[in-house]
Design a protein. Structure first.
Lengths: 306, 310
Protein backbone atom coordinates (compact mmCIF):
# COMPACT_ATOMS: atom_id res chain seq x y z
CA UNK A 1 0.00 0.00 0.00
CA UNK A 2 1.21 3.43 -0.88
CA UNK A 3 1.66 5.76 2.02
CA UNK A 4 0.63 9.29 1.29
CA UNK A 5 2.62 12.12 2.68
CA UNK A 6 0.33 14.41 4.51
CA UNK A 7 0.87 17.88 3.14
CA UNK A 8 0.88 20.80 5.53
CA UNK A 9 -1.76 23.42 4.87
CA UNK A 10 0.21 26.21 3.27
CA UNK A 11 -1.24 29.44 1.93
CA UNK A 12 -1.07 28.05 -1.61
CA UNK A 13 -3.06 24.97 -0.66
CA UNK A 14 -5.56 27.07 1.24
CA UNK A 15 -6.14 29.07 -1.95
CA UNK A 16 -6.60 25.86 -3.95
CA UNK A 17 -9.21 24.57 -1.51
CA UNK A 18 -10.94 27.93 -1.38
CA UNK A 19 -11.22 28.02 -5.17
CA UNK A 20 -12.44 24.43 -5.41
CA UNK A 21 -14.98 24.77 -2.61
CA UNK A 22 -16.18 28.13 -3.89
CA UNK A 23 -16.37 26.88 -7.47
CA UNK A 24 -18.24 23.70 -6.72
CA UNK A 25 -20.60 25.57 -4.38
CA UNK A 26 -21.40 27.96 -7.22
CA UNK A 27 -21.97 25.03 -9.59
CA UNK A 28 -24.26 23.29 -7.11
CA UNK A 29 -26.18 26.35 -6.02
CA UNK A 30 -28.95 26.21 -8.67
CA UNK A 31 -29.55 22.51 -8.04
CA UNK A 32 -29.46 22.92 -4.28
CA UNK A 33 -31.84 25.82 -4.67
CA UNK A 34 -34.22 23.67 -6.71
CA UNK A 35 -34.14 20.76 -4.25
CA UNK A 36 -34.67 23.01 -1.23
CA UNK A 37 -37.29 25.03 -3.04
CA UNK A 38 -39.25 21.91 -3.97
CA UNK A 39 -39.54 21.03 -0.28
CA UNK A 40 -40.93 24.36 0.89
CA UNK A 41 -44.42 25.74 0.82
CA UNK A 42 -45.11 29.00 -0.95
CA UNK A 43 -44.93 31.08 2.22
CA UNK A 44 -41.53 29.82 3.30
CA UNK A 45 -40.30 30.07 -0.24
CA UNK A 46 -41.15 33.73 -0.53
CA UNK A 47 -39.65 34.61 2.83
CA UNK A 48 -36.14 33.37 2.01
CA UNK A 49 -35.23 34.26 -1.57
CA UNK A 50 -31.49 33.50 -1.47
CA UNK A 51 -31.93 29.87 -0.48
CA UNK A 52 -35.32 28.46 0.49
CA UNK A 53 -35.26 26.82 3.91
CA UNK A 54 -38.21 24.53 4.61
CA UNK A 55 -39.39 25.28 8.17
CA UNK A 56 -41.31 22.05 8.12
CA UNK A 57 -40.79 19.31 5.58
CA UNK A 58 -43.35 20.01 2.87
CA UNK A 59 -43.85 17.12 0.46
CA UNK A 60 -47.06 18.16 -1.20
CA UNK A 61 -45.25 19.30 -4.35
CA UNK A 62 -44.33 15.67 -4.87
CA UNK A 63 -47.41 13.91 -3.55
CA UNK A 64 -49.65 16.03 -5.76
CA UNK A 65 -47.99 14.45 -8.80
CA UNK A 66 -49.39 11.10 -7.67
CA UNK A 67 -52.77 12.13 -6.28
CA UNK A 68 -53.68 14.49 -9.11
CA UNK A 69 -52.94 11.84 -11.73
CA UNK A 70 -50.28 14.00 -13.31
CA UNK A 71 -49.00 12.56 -16.62
CA UNK A 72 -45.43 12.51 -15.35
CA UNK A 73 -45.57 8.73 -14.96
CA UNK A 74 -46.67 8.36 -18.58
CA UNK A 75 -43.73 10.52 -19.61
CA UNK A 76 -41.33 8.45 -17.51
CA UNK A 77 -42.75 5.26 -19.01
CA UNK A 78 -42.38 6.65 -22.55
CA UNK A 79 -38.82 7.66 -21.79
CA UNK A 80 -37.97 4.21 -20.40
CA UNK A 81 -39.41 2.55 -23.52
CA UNK A 82 -37.18 4.74 -25.68
CA UNK A 83 -34.15 4.06 -23.48
CA UNK A 84 -34.67 0.29 -23.79
CA UNK A 85 -35.14 0.53 -27.56
CA UNK A 86 -32.21 2.89 -28.14
CA UNK A 87 -29.91 0.73 -26.04
CA UNK A 88 -30.89 -2.56 -27.64
CA UNK A 89 -30.91 -1.77 -31.34
CA UNK A 90 -27.94 0.63 -31.63
CA UNK A 91 -26.08 -1.64 -29.17
CA UNK A 92 -26.51 -4.73 -31.34
CA UNK A 93 -25.66 -2.68 -34.45
CA UNK A 94 -22.52 -1.32 -32.79
CA UNK A 95 -21.29 -4.70 -31.54
CA UNK A 96 -21.72 -6.46 -34.88
CA UNK A 97 -20.66 -3.44 -36.93
CA UNK A 98 -17.57 -2.92 -34.80
CA UNK A 99 -16.76 -6.62 -35.16
CA UNK A 100 -17.13 -6.49 -38.94
CA UNK A 101 -14.84 -3.47 -39.28
CA UNK A 102 -12.21 -4.70 -36.82
CA UNK A 103 -12.14 -8.44 -37.41
CA UNK A 104 -13.54 -9.39 -40.80
CA UNK A 105 -11.40 -8.96 -43.91
CA UNK A 106 -13.37 -8.03 -47.01
CA UNK A 107 -12.98 -5.84 -50.00
CA UNK A 108 -14.25 -2.29 -49.51
CA UNK A 109 -13.94 -2.30 -45.73
CA UNK A 110 -12.22 1.09 -45.49
CA UNK A 111 -14.58 2.66 -48.02
CA UNK A 112 -17.67 1.50 -46.13
CA UNK A 113 -16.23 2.69 -42.84
CA UNK A 114 -15.38 6.11 -44.26
CA UNK A 115 -18.90 6.34 -45.66
CA UNK A 116 -20.37 5.81 -42.18
CA UNK A 117 -17.83 8.14 -40.55
CA UNK A 118 -18.59 10.92 -43.02
CA UNK A 119 -21.97 11.47 -41.34
CA UNK A 120 -20.08 13.01 -38.44
CA UNK A 121 -19.03 15.88 -40.65
CA UNK A 122 -22.52 17.32 -40.72
CA UNK A 123 -24.59 18.82 -37.91
CA UNK A 124 -27.74 16.83 -37.13
CA UNK A 125 -30.09 19.51 -38.38
CA UNK A 126 -29.00 18.73 -41.97
CA UNK A 127 -30.83 15.41 -41.84
CA UNK A 128 -33.58 16.32 -39.38
CA UNK A 129 -35.62 18.38 -41.82
CA UNK A 130 -35.84 15.77 -44.62
CA UNK A 131 -36.30 13.00 -42.05
CA UNK A 132 -39.21 14.91 -40.55
CA UNK A 133 -40.76 15.35 -44.02
CA UNK A 134 -40.20 11.64 -44.78
CA UNK A 135 -42.01 10.63 -41.60
CA UNK A 136 -44.74 13.23 -42.04
CA UNK A 137 -45.43 12.10 -45.60
CA UNK A 138 -45.08 8.38 -45.05
CA UNK A 139 -47.52 6.77 -47.50
CA UNK A 140 -50.56 5.29 -45.85
CA UNK A 141 -49.69 6.43 -42.32
CA UNK A 142 -51.77 8.80 -40.23
CA UNK A 143 -54.39 9.62 -42.87
CA UNK A 144 -51.92 9.95 -45.72
CA UNK A 145 -52.85 8.58 -49.12
CA UNK A 146 -50.50 6.44 -51.23
CA UNK A 147 -48.60 9.56 -52.30
CA UNK A 148 -48.05 10.64 -48.70
CA UNK A 149 -50.47 13.55 -48.84
CA UNK A 150 -53.52 14.38 -46.80
CA UNK A 151 -52.60 13.42 -43.24
CA UNK A 152 -49.80 13.94 -40.78
CA UNK A 153 -48.01 10.62 -41.26
CA UNK A 154 -46.00 9.50 -38.27
CA UNK A 155 -45.80 12.98 -36.75
CA UNK A 156 -47.11 12.90 -33.18
CA UNK A 157 -47.05 9.09 -33.29
CA UNK A 158 -44.73 6.54 -31.74
CA UNK A 159 -42.83 5.47 -34.90
CA UNK A 160 -41.40 8.99 -35.24
CA UNK A 161 -39.81 8.57 -31.80
CA UNK A 162 -38.37 5.13 -32.59
CA UNK A 163 -37.27 5.10 -36.23
CA UNK A 164 -34.38 7.61 -36.53
CA UNK A 165 -30.94 7.18 -34.99
CA UNK A 166 -30.72 3.39 -34.86
CA UNK A 167 -27.26 3.31 -36.45
CA UNK A 168 -24.96 5.23 -34.14
CA UNK A 169 -21.61 5.77 -35.81
CA UNK A 170 -19.91 6.86 -32.57
CA UNK A 171 -20.76 3.57 -30.93
CA UNK A 172 -19.69 1.52 -33.96
CA UNK A 173 -16.41 3.39 -33.86
CA UNK A 174 -16.01 2.83 -30.12
CA UNK A 175 -16.70 -0.90 -30.56
CA UNK A 176 -14.22 -1.19 -33.42
CA UNK A 177 -11.52 0.36 -31.23
CA UNK A 178 -12.43 -2.06 -28.44
CA UNK A 179 -12.19 -5.06 -30.76
CA UNK A 180 -8.76 -3.86 -31.88
CA UNK A 181 -7.61 -3.97 -28.27
CA UNK A 182 -8.62 -7.64 -27.87
CA UNK A 183 -5.99 -10.16 -29.12
CA UNK A 184 -7.18 -12.30 -32.02
CA UNK A 185 -5.94 -15.49 -30.35
CA UNK A 186 -9.18 -15.93 -28.40
CA UNK A 187 -11.26 -16.08 -31.55
CA UNK A 188 -8.79 -18.36 -33.34
CA UNK A 189 -8.75 -20.79 -30.44
CA UNK A 190 -12.55 -20.89 -30.42
CA UNK A 191 -12.63 -21.44 -34.21
CA UNK A 192 -10.28 -24.41 -33.89
CA UNK A 193 -12.71 -25.77 -31.32
CA UNK A 194 -15.40 -25.49 -33.99
CA UNK A 195 -17.34 -22.48 -32.74
CA UNK A 196 -19.17 -20.32 -35.28
CA UNK A 197 -19.29 -16.54 -35.30
CA UNK A 198 -22.48 -16.18 -33.30
CA UNK A 199 -21.16 -18.52 -30.62
CA UNK A 200 -17.88 -16.61 -30.55
CA UNK A 201 -19.72 -13.31 -30.15
CA UNK A 202 -21.84 -14.74 -27.37
CA UNK A 203 -19.23 -16.67 -25.39
CA UNK A 204 -15.88 -15.10 -26.23
CA UNK A 205 -16.45 -11.43 -26.96
CA UNK A 206 -19.57 -10.50 -25.00
CA UNK A 207 -17.93 -11.05 -21.58
CA UNK A 208 -14.93 -9.00 -22.71
CA UNK A 209 -17.13 -6.20 -24.04
CA UNK A 210 -18.94 -5.79 -20.75
CA UNK A 211 -17.11 -2.66 -19.58
CA UNK A 212 -17.52 -0.79 -22.86
CA UNK A 213 -21.14 -1.94 -23.14
CA UNK A 214 -21.79 -0.64 -19.63
CA UNK A 215 -20.38 2.73 -20.64
CA UNK A 216 -22.56 2.71 -23.74
CA UNK A 217 -25.69 1.82 -21.79
CA UNK A 218 -25.00 4.59 -19.27
CA UNK A 219 -24.39 7.30 -21.85
CA UNK A 220 -27.29 6.25 -24.02
CA UNK A 221 -29.58 6.16 -20.96
CA UNK A 222 -28.63 9.68 -19.91
CA UNK A 223 -28.86 10.96 -23.49
CA UNK A 224 -32.33 9.45 -24.00
CA UNK A 225 -33.56 10.48 -20.54
CA UNK A 226 -32.69 14.08 -21.44
CA UNK A 227 -33.57 13.89 -25.14
CA UNK A 228 -35.55 16.95 -26.13
CA UNK A 229 -34.92 18.34 -29.60
CA UNK A 230 -36.19 15.47 -31.74
CA UNK A 231 -39.20 14.73 -29.49
CA UNK A 232 -40.01 18.45 -29.63
CA UNK A 233 -39.94 18.39 -33.43
CA UNK A 234 -42.03 15.27 -33.96
CA UNK A 235 -44.24 14.87 -30.90
CA UNK A 236 -44.98 18.24 -29.34
CA UNK A 237 -48.65 17.96 -30.35
CA UNK A 238 -49.33 14.69 -28.54
CA UNK A 239 -48.78 14.88 -24.75
CA UNK A 240 -49.49 11.15 -24.39
CA UNK A 241 -46.22 10.27 -26.12
CA UNK A 242 -44.13 13.06 -24.61
CA UNK A 243 -40.79 12.07 -23.22
CA UNK A 244 -39.92 13.26 -19.73
CA UNK A 245 -37.77 16.23 -20.71
CA UNK A 246 -40.35 17.47 -23.20
CA UNK A 247 -43.32 16.87 -20.90
CA UNK A 248 -41.72 18.56 -17.91
CA UNK A 249 -40.55 21.50 -20.02
CA UNK A 250 -44.05 21.99 -21.44
CA UNK A 251 -45.55 21.71 -17.95
CA UNK A 252 -43.12 24.32 -16.65
CA UNK A 253 -43.89 26.62 -19.55
CA UNK A 254 -47.63 26.35 -19.43
CA UNK A 255 -47.67 27.06 -15.74
CA UNK A 256 -48.42 24.58 -13.04
CA UNK A 257 -52.00 24.17 -14.17
CA UNK A 258 -52.28 21.09 -12.02
CA UNK A 259 -52.27 23.11 -8.82
CA UNK A 260 -54.95 25.44 -10.06
CA UNK A 261 -52.87 28.11 -11.70
CA UNK A 262 -54.35 29.27 -14.98
CA UNK A 263 -52.24 28.46 -18.06
CA UNK A 264 -50.07 31.35 -19.16
CA UNK A 265 -49.07 32.34 -15.65
CA UNK A 266 -45.81 30.64 -16.34
CA UNK A 267 -44.27 29.05 -13.29
CA UNK A 268 -45.91 31.21 -10.68
CA UNK A 269 -45.75 28.20 -8.41
CA UNK A 270 -41.98 27.94 -8.24
CA UNK A 271 -41.81 25.24 -5.54
CA UNK A 272 -43.88 22.89 -7.69
CA UNK A 273 -41.84 23.76 -10.78
CA UNK A 274 -38.69 22.93 -8.86
CA UNK A 275 -40.20 19.60 -7.78
CA UNK A 276 -40.83 18.72 -11.42
CA UNK A 277 -37.27 19.67 -12.31
CA UNK A 278 -35.92 17.53 -9.46
CA UNK A 279 -37.90 14.49 -10.63
CA UNK A 280 -36.53 15.02 -14.14
CA UNK A 281 -32.92 15.52 -13.04
CA UNK A 282 -32.31 13.40 -9.96
CA UNK A 283 -32.28 9.92 -11.58
CA UNK A 284 -29.37 10.68 -13.93
CA UNK A 285 -27.46 12.40 -11.14
CA UNK A 286 -27.91 9.43 -8.80
CA UNK A 287 -26.91 7.04 -11.59
CA UNK A 288 -23.76 9.08 -12.07
CA UNK A 289 -22.90 9.19 -8.37
CA UNK A 290 -23.43 5.43 -8.19
CA UNK A 291 -21.32 4.55 -11.24
CA UNK A 292 -19.01 7.55 -11.44
CA UNK A 293 -15.96 5.55 -12.53
CA UNK A 294 -17.75 4.18 -15.59
CA UNK A 295 -18.89 7.67 -16.57
CA UNK A 296 -15.42 9.11 -16.21
CA UNK A 297 -14.03 6.22 -18.22
CA UNK A 298 -16.68 6.83 -20.85
CA UNK A 299 -15.98 10.54 -21.17
CA UNK A 300 -12.30 9.71 -21.58
CA UNK A 301 -13.07 6.79 -23.85
CA UNK A 302 -14.70 9.00 -26.41
CA UNK A 303 -11.61 11.19 -26.46
CA UNK A 304 -8.75 8.81 -25.84
CA UNK A 305 -9.96 5.72 -27.67
CA UNK A 306 -12.20 7.35 -30.18
CA UNK B 1 4.70 -13.01 -49.97
CA UNK B 2 5.59 -15.40 -52.73
CA UNK B 3 5.50 -18.80 -51.17
CA UNK B 4 5.29 -21.73 -53.52
CA UNK B 5 2.84 -24.24 -52.27
CA UNK B 6 4.35 -27.69 -51.98
CA UNK B 7 2.52 -30.59 -53.53
CA UNK B 8 1.98 -32.31 -50.23
CA UNK B 9 -1.53 -32.51 -48.82
CA UNK B 10 -1.43 -30.63 -45.55
CA UNK B 11 -0.43 -27.10 -46.67
CA UNK B 12 -2.82 -27.29 -49.60
CA UNK B 13 -5.54 -28.16 -47.12
CA UNK B 14 -4.58 -25.17 -45.03
CA UNK B 15 -4.60 -22.97 -48.11
CA UNK B 16 -8.10 -24.04 -48.97
CA UNK B 17 -9.01 -23.38 -45.35
CA UNK B 18 -7.65 -19.87 -45.58
CA UNK B 19 -9.54 -19.19 -48.74
CA UNK B 20 -12.62 -20.63 -47.04
CA UNK B 21 -12.07 -18.31 -44.09
CA UNK B 22 -11.84 -15.34 -46.44
CA UNK B 23 -15.07 -16.33 -48.12
CA UNK B 24 -16.77 -16.78 -44.75
CA UNK B 25 -15.54 -13.39 -43.52
CA UNK B 26 -16.71 -11.60 -46.65
CA UNK B 27 -20.11 -13.26 -46.43
CA UNK B 28 -20.52 -12.48 -42.74
CA UNK B 29 -19.37 -8.91 -43.21
CA UNK B 30 -22.04 -8.26 -45.81
CA UNK B 31 -24.72 -10.03 -43.79
CA UNK B 32 -23.90 -7.61 -40.97
CA UNK B 33 -23.36 -4.50 -43.06
CA UNK B 34 -26.15 -4.74 -45.65
CA UNK B 35 -28.96 -3.81 -43.26
CA UNK B 36 -26.77 -1.16 -41.61
CA UNK B 37 -25.87 0.41 -44.96
CA UNK B 38 -29.45 0.22 -46.19
CA UNK B 39 -30.75 1.98 -43.08
CA UNK B 40 -27.91 4.45 -43.15
CA UNK B 41 -28.55 5.35 -46.78
CA UNK B 42 -32.25 5.97 -46.11
CA UNK B 43 -31.72 8.00 -42.95
CA UNK B 44 -28.44 9.73 -43.75
CA UNK B 45 -27.44 9.82 -47.41
CA UNK B 46 -30.91 10.42 -48.82
CA UNK B 47 -31.79 13.17 -46.30
CA UNK B 48 -28.50 14.95 -46.95
CA UNK B 49 -29.09 14.97 -50.70
CA UNK B 50 -32.75 15.91 -50.22
CA UNK B 51 -31.75 18.71 -47.87
CA UNK B 52 -29.30 20.06 -50.41
CA UNK B 53 -32.00 20.05 -53.09
CA UNK B 54 -34.73 21.54 -50.87
CA UNK B 55 -32.39 24.40 -49.93
CA UNK B 56 -32.73 25.75 -53.51
CA UNK B 57 -36.51 25.60 -53.47
CA UNK B 58 -39.58 27.15 -51.94
CA UNK B 59 -41.61 24.44 -50.24
CA UNK B 60 -43.79 24.07 -47.17
CA UNK B 61 -43.06 20.34 -46.96
CA UNK B 62 -46.75 19.55 -46.56
CA UNK B 63 -48.20 19.51 -50.05
CA UNK B 64 -47.32 20.53 -53.56
CA UNK B 65 -43.91 20.21 -55.09
CA UNK B 66 -40.74 22.11 -54.24
CA UNK B 67 -40.45 25.15 -56.50
CA UNK B 68 -36.92 25.94 -57.73
CA UNK B 69 -35.84 29.44 -56.68
CA UNK B 70 -32.07 29.18 -57.02
CA UNK B 71 -29.95 30.90 -54.42
CA UNK B 72 -32.75 33.03 -52.96
CA UNK B 73 -32.78 31.17 -49.64
CA UNK B 74 -29.03 31.46 -49.26
CA UNK B 75 -29.10 35.19 -50.07
CA UNK B 76 -31.45 35.72 -47.12
CA UNK B 77 -28.54 34.75 -44.90
CA UNK B 78 -26.66 37.86 -46.07
CA UNK B 79 -29.44 40.20 -44.95
CA UNK B 80 -30.87 41.11 -41.55
CA UNK B 81 -31.98 39.56 -39.31
CA UNK B 82 -29.99 36.55 -40.51
CA UNK B 83 -26.67 38.40 -40.38
CA UNK B 84 -27.33 39.21 -36.75
CA UNK B 85 -28.33 35.61 -36.07
CA UNK B 86 -25.03 34.37 -37.47
CA UNK B 87 -23.14 37.01 -35.47
CA UNK B 88 -24.93 35.96 -32.29
CA UNK B 89 -24.13 32.31 -32.93
CA UNK B 90 -20.44 33.10 -33.39
CA UNK B 91 -20.50 35.39 -30.35
CA UNK B 92 -22.06 32.75 -28.07
CA UNK B 93 -19.85 29.97 -29.40
CA UNK B 94 -16.73 32.11 -28.99
CA UNK B 95 -17.51 33.27 -25.47
CA UNK B 96 -18.63 29.87 -24.24
CA UNK B 97 -15.66 28.16 -25.82
CA UNK B 98 -12.99 30.49 -24.48
CA UNK B 99 -14.32 30.79 -20.93
CA UNK B 100 -15.37 27.17 -20.66
CA UNK B 101 -12.02 25.83 -21.83
CA UNK B 102 -10.02 28.23 -19.65
CA UNK B 103 -12.16 27.50 -16.62
CA UNK B 104 -12.02 23.75 -17.16
CA UNK B 105 -8.24 23.91 -17.54
CA UNK B 106 -7.87 25.90 -14.34
CA UNK B 107 -10.14 23.62 -12.33
CA UNK B 108 -8.46 20.50 -13.68
CA UNK B 109 -5.04 21.85 -12.72
CA UNK B 110 -6.35 22.60 -9.22
CA UNK B 111 -7.90 19.14 -8.94
CA UNK B 112 -4.65 17.58 -10.07
CA UNK B 113 -2.88 18.95 -6.98
CA UNK B 114 -3.01 16.55 -4.09
CA UNK B 115 -6.44 17.52 -2.84
CA UNK B 116 -8.68 15.47 -0.61
CA UNK B 117 -12.07 14.57 -2.02
CA UNK B 118 -11.05 14.98 -5.64
CA UNK B 119 -13.85 12.64 -6.78
CA UNK B 120 -16.45 14.70 -4.94
CA UNK B 121 -15.33 17.99 -6.50
CA UNK B 122 -15.17 16.39 -9.93
CA UNK B 123 -18.70 15.04 -9.43
CA UNK B 124 -20.04 18.44 -8.35
CA UNK B 125 -18.58 20.07 -11.45
CA UNK B 126 -19.92 17.33 -13.72
CA UNK B 127 -23.47 17.03 -12.36
CA UNK B 128 -24.97 19.94 -14.37
CA UNK B 129 -23.90 18.17 -17.57
CA UNK B 130 -26.21 15.28 -16.64
CA UNK B 131 -29.33 17.42 -16.48
CA UNK B 132 -31.73 17.90 -19.36
CA UNK B 133 -30.92 21.24 -20.99
CA UNK B 134 -34.63 21.76 -21.63
CA UNK B 135 -35.51 21.36 -17.96
CA UNK B 136 -32.65 23.33 -16.45
CA UNK B 137 -32.94 26.14 -19.01
CA UNK B 138 -36.66 26.40 -18.30
CA UNK B 139 -35.99 26.40 -14.57
CA UNK B 140 -33.20 28.97 -15.03
CA UNK B 141 -35.98 31.31 -16.03
CA UNK B 142 -37.16 31.11 -12.43
CA UNK B 143 -33.96 32.91 -11.49
CA UNK B 144 -34.21 35.72 -14.03
CA UNK B 145 -37.97 36.11 -14.33
CA UNK B 146 -38.62 39.88 -14.23
CA UNK B 147 -41.21 40.20 -11.47
CA UNK B 148 -40.83 37.18 -9.24
CA UNK B 149 -37.47 35.70 -10.15
CA UNK B 150 -34.85 34.83 -7.58
CA UNK B 151 -32.35 37.48 -8.70
CA UNK B 152 -34.87 40.27 -8.38
CA UNK B 153 -36.15 38.95 -5.08
CA UNK B 154 -32.58 39.13 -3.83
CA UNK B 155 -32.18 42.65 -5.19
CA UNK B 156 -35.39 43.70 -3.47
CA UNK B 157 -34.19 42.20 -0.22
CA UNK B 158 -31.01 44.23 -0.52
CA UNK B 159 -33.07 47.36 -1.03
CA UNK B 160 -32.17 47.76 -4.69
CA UNK B 161 -34.42 48.41 -7.65
CA UNK B 162 -35.39 45.38 -9.69
CA UNK B 163 -34.07 44.90 -13.21
CA UNK B 164 -36.21 43.72 -16.11
CA UNK B 165 -33.60 41.30 -17.42
CA UNK B 166 -35.64 39.97 -20.32
CA UNK B 167 -35.81 43.25 -22.23
CA UNK B 168 -32.07 43.81 -21.96
CA UNK B 169 -30.29 41.94 -24.75
CA UNK B 170 -26.88 42.10 -23.12
CA UNK B 171 -28.11 40.71 -19.82
CA UNK B 172 -29.89 37.89 -21.69
CA UNK B 173 -26.74 37.18 -23.68
CA UNK B 174 -24.75 37.03 -20.46
CA UNK B 175 -27.28 34.67 -18.83
CA UNK B 176 -27.30 32.37 -21.85
CA UNK B 177 -23.49 32.25 -21.87
CA UNK B 178 -23.26 31.68 -18.12
CA UNK B 179 -25.91 28.96 -18.26
CA UNK B 180 -24.13 27.23 -21.16
CA UNK B 181 -20.81 27.25 -19.33
CA UNK B 182 -22.47 26.00 -16.13
CA UNK B 183 -23.94 23.06 -18.00
CA UNK B 184 -20.95 22.37 -20.24
CA UNK B 185 -17.81 22.76 -18.16
CA UNK B 186 -17.94 19.29 -16.56
CA UNK B 187 -16.90 17.24 -19.57
CA UNK B 188 -13.75 19.27 -20.35
CA UNK B 189 -12.75 19.13 -16.66
CA UNK B 190 -12.92 15.33 -16.69
CA UNK B 191 -10.93 15.21 -19.94
CA UNK B 192 -8.26 17.66 -18.80
CA UNK B 193 -7.92 15.92 -15.46
CA UNK B 194 -7.44 12.56 -17.19
CA UNK B 195 -4.81 14.04 -19.48
CA UNK B 196 -3.04 15.68 -16.53
CA UNK B 197 -2.96 12.43 -14.64
CA UNK B 198 -1.40 10.81 -17.67
CA UNK B 199 1.69 13.00 -17.30
CA UNK B 200 4.38 11.15 -15.40
CA UNK B 201 5.36 12.57 -12.06
CA UNK B 202 9.05 12.13 -12.90
CA UNK B 203 8.81 14.89 -15.53
CA UNK B 204 7.88 17.38 -12.83
CA UNK B 205 10.40 16.01 -10.39
CA UNK B 206 13.18 16.41 -12.93
CA UNK B 207 12.07 19.98 -13.59
CA UNK B 208 12.00 20.71 -9.89
CA UNK B 209 15.57 19.46 -9.57
CA UNK B 210 16.49 21.92 -12.31
CA UNK B 211 14.93 24.67 -10.23
CA UNK B 212 11.71 25.26 -12.16
CA UNK B 213 8.96 27.13 -10.38
CA UNK B 214 5.31 26.06 -10.31
CA UNK B 215 4.44 28.54 -13.05
CA UNK B 216 7.39 27.40 -15.18
CA UNK B 217 6.16 23.82 -14.96
CA UNK B 218 2.58 24.83 -15.78
CA UNK B 219 3.70 26.83 -18.80
CA UNK B 220 6.57 24.71 -20.14
CA UNK B 221 5.47 21.17 -19.24
CA UNK B 222 1.75 20.93 -18.55
CA UNK B 223 0.49 23.25 -21.28
CA UNK B 224 2.44 21.71 -24.20
CA UNK B 225 1.66 18.16 -23.10
CA UNK B 226 -2.03 19.00 -22.88
CA UNK B 227 -2.13 20.70 -26.27
CA UNK B 228 -3.70 17.76 -28.18
CA UNK B 229 -6.43 17.50 -25.55
CA UNK B 230 -7.00 21.27 -25.61
CA UNK B 231 -7.44 21.09 -29.38
CA UNK B 232 -9.87 18.18 -29.06
CA UNK B 233 -11.89 19.95 -26.36
CA UNK B 234 -12.01 23.17 -28.35
CA UNK B 235 -13.11 21.50 -31.58
CA UNK B 236 -15.86 19.42 -30.00
CA UNK B 237 -16.78 22.45 -27.88
CA UNK B 238 -17.03 24.62 -30.98
CA UNK B 239 -19.28 22.10 -32.75
CA UNK B 240 -21.40 21.79 -29.61
CA UNK B 241 -21.77 25.45 -28.70
CA UNK B 242 -22.46 26.37 -32.32
CA UNK B 243 -25.63 24.31 -31.98
CA UNK B 244 -26.83 26.00 -28.80
CA UNK B 245 -30.62 25.70 -28.76
CA UNK B 246 -32.52 25.02 -25.55
CA UNK B 247 -30.94 27.85 -23.57
CA UNK B 248 -31.99 30.41 -26.18
CA UNK B 249 -35.38 28.89 -26.97
CA UNK B 250 -36.41 28.69 -23.32
CA UNK B 251 -34.65 31.63 -21.69
CA UNK B 252 -35.03 34.42 -24.24
CA UNK B 253 -36.88 32.90 -27.20
CA UNK B 254 -34.28 34.67 -29.33
CA UNK B 255 -35.50 38.07 -28.21
CA UNK B 256 -35.55 40.93 -27.71
CA UNK B 257 -35.82 41.58 -31.46
CA UNK B 258 -33.59 38.66 -32.50
CA UNK B 259 -30.72 40.06 -30.49
CA UNK B 260 -30.09 36.72 -28.79
CA UNK B 261 -31.36 34.56 -31.64
CA UNK B 262 -29.06 31.78 -32.91
CA UNK B 263 -28.89 29.70 -36.07
CA UNK B 264 -30.32 26.42 -34.80
CA UNK B 265 -33.31 28.19 -33.23
CA UNK B 266 -33.96 30.15 -36.42
CA UNK B 267 -33.71 26.98 -38.54
CA UNK B 268 -36.13 25.26 -36.15
CA UNK B 269 -38.54 28.20 -36.39
CA UNK B 270 -38.23 28.43 -40.18
CA UNK B 271 -38.89 24.72 -40.60
CA UNK B 272 -41.41 23.79 -37.94
CA UNK B 273 -43.13 27.04 -37.00
CA UNK B 274 -43.15 28.93 -40.32
CA UNK B 275 -43.07 25.74 -42.47
CA UNK B 276 -40.56 27.29 -44.83
CA UNK B 277 -38.56 24.13 -45.48
CA UNK B 278 -36.42 25.64 -48.22
CA UNK B 279 -35.15 28.47 -46.05
CA UNK B 280 -34.56 26.11 -43.13
CA UNK B 281 -32.64 23.64 -45.31
CA UNK B 282 -30.50 26.48 -46.62
CA UNK B 283 -29.83 27.51 -43.02
CA UNK B 284 -28.69 24.02 -42.10
CA UNK B 285 -26.38 24.02 -45.13
CA UNK B 286 -24.92 27.37 -44.05
CA UNK B 287 -24.34 25.93 -40.60
CA UNK B 288 -22.68 22.82 -42.02
CA UNK B 289 -20.39 24.98 -44.17
CA UNK B 290 -19.43 27.22 -41.23
CA UNK B 291 -18.60 24.14 -39.16
CA UNK B 292 -16.91 22.17 -41.92
CA UNK B 293 -13.34 22.95 -40.93
CA UNK B 294 -13.98 21.89 -37.34
CA UNK B 295 -15.91 18.79 -38.37
CA UNK B 296 -13.17 17.57 -40.71
CA UNK B 297 -10.51 18.09 -38.04
CA UNK B 298 -12.71 16.25 -35.56
CA UNK B 299 -13.14 13.34 -37.98
CA UNK B 300 -9.38 13.21 -38.58
CA UNK B 301 -8.72 13.00 -34.85
CA UNK B 302 -11.36 10.28 -34.54
CA UNK B 303 -10.05 8.15 -37.37
CA UNK B 304 -6.53 8.49 -36.01
CA UNK B 305 -8.05 6.96 -32.92
CA UNK B 306 -5.99 8.86 -30.36
CA UNK B 307 -6.14 12.28 -28.83
CA UNK B 308 -3.91 12.48 -25.84
CA UNK B 309 -1.08 10.16 -26.78
CA UNK B 310 0.22 11.88 -29.84
Amino acid sequence: MQTKKKKPLTLGRAVIYALLIGGSALMSYPLLYAVMGSLTNMQDFLSSPLLPIPRTLYLENYTVMVTANFPIFTWIQNTLIRIAWYITVPGIVAVFGGYAFARLRFRGREAVFTYLLSSMMLPGIVFWIPTYIMLARFPGAGGNNWAGVGGSGFVNKWPALLIPGLVNVYYIFLMRQTFYSIPEDFEEAARIDGANTLQIMRHVYLPMLKPVLTVMVLFQSVAMWNDYQWPLIVSVGNPRIHTLALGVQRALLSGAALKGWPPGTAMTDYPFAFALAVVASLPTILLFLWLQDYFVEGVQGFALKG
Amino acid sequence: MAITVPASGAPAERKRGLRGARRRETLEAWIILTPILLYFSIFFLFPVIANFYISFTRWNGIRGRPEWIGLTNYLRYFRPPYTMIITNTLLFAGFVLVFQTALAFLIAVLLNQEVRGRGLYRALFYVPTLTAAAVTAQVAFAFISPYDGVLNAALKMLGQNIVIWTINANWMRAFIIIYSIWRGVGGPIVLFLAALQGIHREVYEAAMVDGASGWDMLWYITAPLLKPMVIFVMITGMIGSFQIFEAVLLMSGGGPANRTNVMLLQIYNDAFVNTNMGLASAGSMVMAILLLGFSITNMRIMSRGQVAKD
